[in-house]
Design a protein around this ligand. Structure first.
Ligand SMILES: Nc1ncnc2c1ncn2[C@@H]1O[C@H](COP(=O)(O)OP(=O)(O)O)[C@@H](O)[C@H]1O
Ligand SMILES: [Mg+2]
Length: 421
């Protein structure tokens, strides 16, 4: 039997075990049961062991997905199919407050390495072949998602990589290969969301050089990156501490392979159900989910699946986390325009009109007055700000990247569709 320790700061939360046949299980620590809290809505505090089918969605949900996961496993010489081995290798700094490792020593040390000048550029350039820098000595970073990114410590304009057990404080997201202008796109959508008063973490756009190899030569090009402040970290007495979070897939016990509703993943019904049952500010969270659902529809973000909604979990409260991963996907003809979650029985945004929003409200026990009010609010605010935000970010229409023109056009089309009964 192999064992990993699951820690919250310096306390043991529980033990992740793998038996001889490779099956994983989780059990809370006795002391944590008396003093702590459930680290997932899908893993209530109990003495009994959670078998693999119960605990896998939460723990697998801490790991990167798709080819990123495969590349990391290849670089580390472990099986891409083993959640346990991946958590052992990279589960030091995850989304939320938990840290996973194989021995007590792994948790005790902690230092940070300055990424300066050429070293920063090399680190960013190496994300292509070495995701999350996994394989570098003492680097144990994990973050969900199918895209390349780098969690870092960012202080006074300098970037650091933690070695050992130090929390990262920001996430750097580079351009997504094959999705032109993804950084400008996300920057614009986040800025627009903030203008309409949706809860969003602080963020910024960065321009940094990246090294590219061409025919044996190395050249440097300037690239755009998105820098996002982690809402699951905060400063306490001069020290950065981790706050706990889990995403909607983890909360509903669905593994990341099934994150889309059509594959059995969470729906808006599940999201509202969890808020009403667990949130300590249900009315506020319900209203913000209605707003983000409308906002995602208007900007054409079809990828708002169960791993793109999260909850902040504390001992005595559960609240919806700020929104993230806001990207207009519908403007790319090569991406599926099917929505990750149904709205009023429809997946295809072209088929969604005002009456489907009323059906969405009815299905989710939202009053028709409230949905009308929110449709009105979000439409008016997006209309008011969509051009202005573009100007604030890119100065002049003539300087807008092509993708921004496309998103603006799409927004205007959607605002028209929303008026149709
Ligand atoms: N601002 C943030 N603070 C804390 N965690 C975040 C933040 N933004 C994203 N995350 C976490 O990182 C994961 C990946 O980020 P996301 O932007 O969704 O990337 P991807 O495009 O790869 O899906 C999310 O599922 C969430 O758990
Ligand atoms: Mg995501």
């Amino acid at each position: 039997m192999k064992v990993l320790i699951v820690k919250y700061s310096n306390q043991s939360v529980g033990y992740l075990r793998q038996d001889k046949s490779g099956r994983m299980s989780f059990q809370y620590d006795q002391q944590w049961i008396t003093k702590g809290f459930a680290v997932s809505i899908s893993l209530p505090l109990q003495e009994e062991i959670f078998p693999e089918e119960k605990c896998r969605p939460f723990f697998e949900g801490l790991l990167p997905e798709g080819i990123i996961r495969d590349e990391i496993a290849r670089n580390l010489g472990i099986s891409a199919r083993s959640d346990f081995a991946l958590l052992r290798e990279i589960g030091g700094d995850c989304a939320g407050a938990l840290s996973i490792g194989s021995s007590k020593e792994e948790f005790s040390k902690g230092s940070k390495v300055l990424l300066e000048g050429q070293i920063l550029i090399e680190a960013l350039s190496s994300l292509k072949g070495k995701p999350l820098l996994a394989g570098e000595k003492d680097v144990r970073l994990s973050i969900a998602g199918a895209q390349r990114k780098l969690p870092v410590i960012y202080e006074n304009g300098e970037f650091f990589i933690p070695h050992g057990d130090l929390p990262t404080t920001f996430i750097i997201k580079p351009e997504i290969a094959g999705i032109e202008g993804s950084v400008d796109n996300e920057l614009y959508c986040l800025a627009l969301a903030r203008k309409i008063k949706l809860p969003i973490s602080d963020f910024d756009g960065l321009q940094l050089p990246e090294l590219i190899k061409t025919d044996g030569d190395v050249a440097a090009v300037r690239r755009k990156y998105l820098l996002i402040k982690r809402y699951d970290r905060k400063k306490e007495n001069g020290q950065i501490v981790r706050l706990h979070q889990e995403d909607l897939c983890q909360a509903t016990g669905v593994s990341s392979e099934n994150k889309y509703q059509k594959d059995g993943g969470p729906s808006f019904k599940d999201l509202f159900f969890i808020i009403r049952k667990h949130s300590s500010q249900p009315a506020w969270d319900v209203r913000n989910v209605i707003r983000i659902a409308l906002f995602n529809y208007i900007i054409g973000n079809a990828d708002a699946h169960g791993k793109n909604f999260s909850f902040l979990l504390k001992k005595d409260s559960v609240t919806l986390a700020p929104f993230y991963d806001l990207l207009s996907t519908e403007v790319y003809p090569n991406l599926s325009s099917k929505m990750a979650m149904k709205i009023g029985g429809k997946y295809n945004p072209e088929d969604i009109f005002r009456r489907h929003w009323h059906k969405f409200a009815e299905e989710n026990s939202i009053g028709s007055k409230l949905i009308d009010k929110e449709i009105d609010y979000v439409s008016k605010m997006v209309w008011k700000w969509h051009e202005r935000v573009a100007r604030q970010l890119f100065w002049h229409e003539q300087l807008y990247p092509k993708i921004i023109h496309d998103i603006i056009k799409l927004i205007e089309k959607k605002l028209e569709l929303l008026k149709r009964e």
